[in-house]
Write a protein that binds this ligand. Structure first.
Ligand code: NAD
Length: 511
């Protein structure tokens, strides 16, 4: 099977998702696979390879060789040119890719198309790097120059989560490649089909074999990637406990690492907020992508009573129906996630919270139609205590925790004391009020009247260092990624002045 395109099925006709090394799909040396399930109905839609260090060794050795040619024999303009071709191919295949995302992740079609489009935005940014990736030059004196050049790191790796099968792998891969690195990507074992198809598009765009590679698998594959001596740097996006493990493992090996973890994003609504806009935006932020966005609203702090705003949010959320059509909401990724989300709702109930909208009935709704899958609807909890588990921990599902506070200071206290630091937003129609909050939030991506304040390139994406949202060194996209994927080499040069030979006197010099 080695060296064949990945059109392989197992004996039951299920797609086998293998590694992509040196421009070819190759099965893992272990010959072990795990099921990939459709979260909408729990049916097996693929079997993903479980790679070992043997596979990682092969991929990294190939990437190491390919990177030398890639960095030394191509210009940055040529590398960006291939990226432009990839950009066009992704646009051309956007619907096909989005359908794979719907199938393996459970998003609705609009969200899946946005996942593809946001991924392609980073490809666009990578295409601009010939204009952006310059160094610096300082003339220190008439003879001494100091210049600072960007050089690629070599082989770099990206380990990614399930919730954005296209966008998150594309936060890093295009930037790393245009800057002259070779890439080893480890997709999430829960959603490997989208990137498998994108590997074909890399080939179609004309990328040389070996510069973009994929290793499938789980923990063993990740550890082998981090430990490989020829892997220079690692980016990780996923849950906080694993982000911390990855960052610490890299640190012990003196490797550059940025590791983004989980989130608990707080929104604060002030009494002067615009009711219709705020209620729509908060509903989309909390329940879009079934709440499985690291930028999703998960705690809403209402300053004052604000019954009308709360009622509007509950009304809007209660109209969301299960399904994959653009206005509908999909399932959560797997049964483990479903069970965990349920436990947060049950715990809040036990603590005396009021469940204003209960998504638990979706499971029955779908099971009665014999659909199966991990269906849980929008849930709004009005808490009595900020100490409830759902107020403090990452739920990562369609659950909005609401808590009423009396003052701005109380809102800031609760937000500042949460251990995560990804995003926070304030809803108000007053600019001064907004500034008061944005200068006090303890998170790094802030919004004003925006529930999902994702910065667009060239701004970098990443949580606050020192919180559970970010471990390691830098942000992951935009100019942060440009820094991450290059070494800054400083050259100081002094050229001796070689005087020209004394010239003969010219006729006019005499006068
Ligand atoms: P996860 O941590 O379970 O998995 C992420 C990756 O790590 C996967 O590729 C997985 O195979 C690998 N992995 C899992 N366990 C490992 C271990 N013990 N050792 C080494 N590697 C391991 O995360 P997930 O469930 O796929 O994704 C959801 C999480 O990702 C949420 O917490 C969410 O907030 C977070 N997330 C964060 C951001 C961000 O920018 N901060 C963006 C997207 C998702």
């Amino acid at each position: 099977m080695n060296g064949k395109k990945d059109t392989n099925d197992d004996s039951s006709g299920v797609t086998l998702v293998t590694n992509y090394i040196n421009g070819k799909f190759v099965p893992p040396s272990t010959n072990e696979y795990m099921d990939v399930l459709n979260p909408s109905n729990s049916q097996v839609i693929g079997r993903v390879g479980l790679s070992s260090s043997t596979d990682v060794d092969e991929a990294v050795d190939i990437a190491h060789q390919a990177q030398k040619m890639w960095a030394n024999n191509t210009t940055i303009k040529q590398r960006a040119g291939l990226m432009m071709k990839l950009h066009a191919l992704i646009q051309q295949h956007a619907h096909e890719l989005a359908s794979l995302i719907v199938l393996e992740n459970g998003k609705n079609m609009t969200e899946a198309l946005a996942d593809v489009a946001k991924g392609n935005e980073t490809v666009e940014y990578a295409c601009s790097l010939p204009q952006l990736a310059q160094g610096k030059n300082l003339q220190v004196s008439s003879q001494v120059h100091c210049q600072d050049l960007r050089q690629p790191l070599g082989v770099v790796a990206s380990i990614v989560p399930f919730n954005f099968p296209c966008m998150v792998p594309f936060w890093t891969t295009p930037i790393a490649l245009v800057l002259g690195n070779a890439v080893i990507l480890k997709p999430s074992e829960k959603v490997p089909l989208t990137m498998r198809r994108i590997a074909d598009l890399f080939q179609q765009a004309g990328f040389p074999d070996g510069v973009f590679n994929m290793i499938q698998g789980t923990k063993d594959a990740v550890n082998a990637i981090i430990d490989h001596p020829k892997v220079s740097a690692v980016t990780f996006v996923g849950s906080s406990p694993v982000a911390k493990l990855v960052a610490n493992r890299c640190r012990a090996l003196d490797k550059r690492c940025t590791a983004l973890g989980g989130a608990k994003n707080h929104l604060v609504a002030l009494p002067d907020c615009e009711l219709d806009g705020a209620s729509s935006d908060i509903t989309v932020s909390a329940f879009g992508c079934s709440g499985q966005r690291c930028m999703a609203a998960s705690v809403l702090l209402l300053v004052g009573d604000q019954e009308r705003l709360l009622q509007e949010i509950v009304n809007k959320a209660s109209k969301i129906q299960p399904g994959s059509e653009p206005t509908q909401m999909g399932p959560v990724i797997d049964t483990a996630s479903y069970t965990k989300i349920l436990s947060y709702i049950e715990d809040a109930e036990k603590q005396g919270a009021t469940i204003l909208l209960d998504g638990r009935n979706w499971k029955n709704k779908m099971e009665n139609g014999n659909v199966g899958g991990n269906w849980i609807g929008p849930t709004v909890i009005l808490h009595q205590s900020p100490e409830d588990k759902a107020m403090k921990e990452e739920v990562f599902g369609p659950v909005l925790s609401v808590y009423k506070v009396e003052s701005w200071e109380d809102a800031i206290d609760i937000e500042n004391n949460n251990p995560f630091g990804n995003a926070a937003s304030v809803y108000t129609t007053n600019g001064g009020n907004a500034d008061w909050f944005t200068s006090r939030f303890r998170a790094s991506m802030l919004g004003v009247n925006i529930g999902i304040p994702v910065p667009r390139e060239p701004f970098s994406f990443g949580g606050l260092y020192g919180t559970k949202s970010k471990f390691g060194d830098m942000d992951i996209t935009g100019d942060g990624a440009m820094e991450f994927f290059t070494n800054r080499i400083k050259i100081t040069s002094k050229w001796p002045l070689v005087k020209p030979p004394a010239s003969r006197k010219r006729p006019h010099d005499a006068t």
